[in-house]
Ligand binder design. Structure first.
Ligand code: ARG
Length: 577
């Protein structure tokens, strides 16, 4: 009697059972390593042929026997095993049939063996710095910054789950020649009232004005350079204006972080390194790496097929790269990171390649642990979102728009739910985050409201809805005893769901290895699909108490994992929606 539905069939995912089979085989085969055995194991072409098949052809030479005979010998040697319902020789293969109730038992035991399922010790004692978000003072927090914020935050959650200590660093763009320009612009065309009233928008407007005017009058650029130099030299007036612009900007940025519910451990931005760049220049000079070129100081990188890394300009002022060099030395010393990650758009690839190369040339072998994590562009489908002005899109407007749209959807679908405002916020924000993280980060993100707010699509709201459904089941049933009859979990839908439960720990590791939150986003959809299938096929609130509690206990597990997986993306789960 063959069971109709097989356990797996993506063998790699089915580690628990496969590992046991590999163990049994390797106890009885001395000419292959466990890894080799593991690699040889196949999925049989038809379900009635079992869950795993081990081909014996490669053993024929060593054992001087025909493969079917080898398979028979192995079968005899292995004997009866509790977790297998049958072992069968089929041609030159030894095929294994996993006992489904045993499988269910093992998975649920594995889940119950910890109160932080998916956690691992891999990060124990290690620190990872993540440099992300990092918007520019006096500029809008645009949708590109929204991406680095969302991706960086998710990586923070993922590595924390794996036991790492993670330092969240917001490397604010709060230093540089542009502030010289802003000061000139403010003094010529700005007013305290306008800046106080309109905030970043006003700073952007006068900045644009500066560039228009500088086209006609180049001396403005000289003035701007002079003001930035004053800033670098600690001039009081210059720093006072700069500090004010910074405070105003930070206040607006904090509003975005508040909406997203995200925090940082450090806001040490570019300005933090202004007194640390001289030391960089000194060290590079001592190491004999610096060269003068047209008055500027550079590290030539032509040997590595890159343009030189400029370290200081003609007037001695620092640039973006100088401050990044100083930041790396500082972070290594302060945090002794195992890795330092940089989440920015792909357009900064060369910048980081240059900076990391200079660190390497200075003799720091940790240069290999500096990792740029790029991502693609953002575009808006169906044109407009209501933004404050023209074509600049503020992340804050986008987030608010999503919350508003979600509010209308809820008003239509379920107007009487408790905490409607909070739910709309969690779902509206969740939809944006999920849409960002669902595809590989290097792919472009498209804002298509229809799509990202669709409660039935591959969306955040869909997964959140599945969570709310699981919560509602549990609310209805109330107190649940531990009762489980594993024989009641051998149908296709239950097994399919258990397989998803089994995968979760490995999914988190894969996401971390590849710096890809999308691995978790996709998994959460698979899990939600498997759960919804189970929900429709296996009635939960039935008369028979054993059946009811067995199934409810599975619902409890799934509910926990959905919430945990979404939290790794930075998404919250309302209990009702
Ligand atoms: N402020 C920069 C930008 O908006 C991003 C900074 C990234 N981090 C760094 N250490 N360079 O493009």
């Amino acid at each position: 009697t063959f069971s109709k539905h097989r356990l797996s069939f993506d063998i790699e995912r089915c580690n628990l059972m496969k590992n046991q089979i590999v163990n049994l085989l390797s106890q009885n085969i001395d000419v292959l390593s466990s890894e080799e055995i593991s690699q040889l194991i196949e999925t049989p072409p038809k379900p009635e042929m079992g869950d795993f098949a081990f081909p014996c052809f490669r053993l024929a030479k060593s054992y001087h026997k025909a493969p079917p005979m080898i398979a028979q010998d192995l079968k005899d040697a292995i004997g009866d095993q509790a977790f297998l319902s049958e072992i069968k020789v089929i041609g030159g293969y030894l095929n294994f049939y996993v006992d489904k109730a045993q499988y269910a038992h093992q998975i649920i035991d594995k889940y119950n063996s910890t109160d932080n399922y998916g956690h691992s010790e891999q990060g124990e004692g290690k620190t990872i710095c993540i440099d992300y978000s990092s918007p520019n003072v006096a500029k809008n927090f645009h949708v590109g910054h929204l991406r680095t914020t969302i991706i960086g935050n998710s990586l923070y959650k993922i590595f924390t789950k794996l036991g790492y200590k993670v330092v969240r660093i917001n490397h604010l763009g709060d230093w540089g020649t542009q502030f010289g320009k802003l000061i000139v612009a403010y003094k010529k065309w700005g007013s305290r009232e306008a800046v106080e009233e309109k905030g970043i928008q006003e700073l952007m407007d006068i900045y644009v004005k500066f560039h228009e005017e500088a086209e006609k009058d180049d001396s403005l650029n000289d003035e701007a350079r002079a003001w930035f130099l004053k800033m670098e030299q600690g001039d009081e007036e210059a720093l006072e204006i700069w500090q004010w612009f910074r405070d105003i900007s930070l206040k607006e940025f904090m509003r975005v972080y508040d909406i997203l519910g995200m925090e940082f451990d450090s806001f040490a931005g570019e300005s933090f390194y202004r007194d640390k760049t001289a030391n960089v220049v000194k060290r590079l000079t001592d190491d004999g790496l610096l060269k003068e070129s047209q008055g500027a100081m550079i590290v030539p990188l032509d040997k590595y097929d890159m343009p030189p890394c400029i370290v200081s300009k003609k007037d001695g002022s620092s640039i973006y790269a100088t401050r990044d060099l100083a930041a790396i030395l500082y972070r290594k010393e302060t945090y002794n990171f195992e890795r330092c990650l940089y989440v920015t758009g792909l357009e900064q690839k060369l910048h980081f390649a240059q900076v990391f190369k200079v660190i390497e040339l200075m003799g720091n072998d940790y240069a290999k642990n500096l990792i740029h994590i790029p991502y693609g562009l953002v575009s808006l489908k169906s044109g407009k979102i209501s933004s404050r002005k023209g074509n600049v899109i503020f992340a804050e407007d986008l987030l608010r728009e999503s919350i508003n749209k979600t509010t209308s959807i809820i008003d239509e679908k379920n107007p009487n739910i408790p905490d409607k405002e909070e739910v709309a916020k969690q779902v509206g924000i969740g939809a944006i985050i999920f849409n960002d993280l669902y595809n590989q980060r290097i792919k472009d993100v498209i804002f298509d409201w229809e799509k990202l707010l669709n409660f039935d699509g591959e969306t955040g709201p869909y997964v959140q809805y599945t969570y709310a459904r699981a919560s509602s089941v549990l609310r209805k049933i109330g107190e649940v005893p531990d009762t489980i009859d594993y024989n009641l979990l051998t149908d296709e839908a239950s097994i399919g769901l258990l397989k998803e439960i089994e995968r979760y720990p490995q999914i988190i590791k894969d996401a971390a290895d590849r710096y890809e939150p999308s691995v978790i986003a996709r998994y959460s959809i698979d899990l939600a699909h498997a759960f919804n299938k189970f929900y429709h096929e296996c009635q939960i609130n039935v008369e028979d108490a054993t059946t009811k509690y067995t199934r409810t206990n599975v619902v409890k597990i799934v509910r926990y994992i959905i919430k945990d997986a979404l939290s790794l993306l930075g998404i919250q789960c309302p209990e009702q929606m």
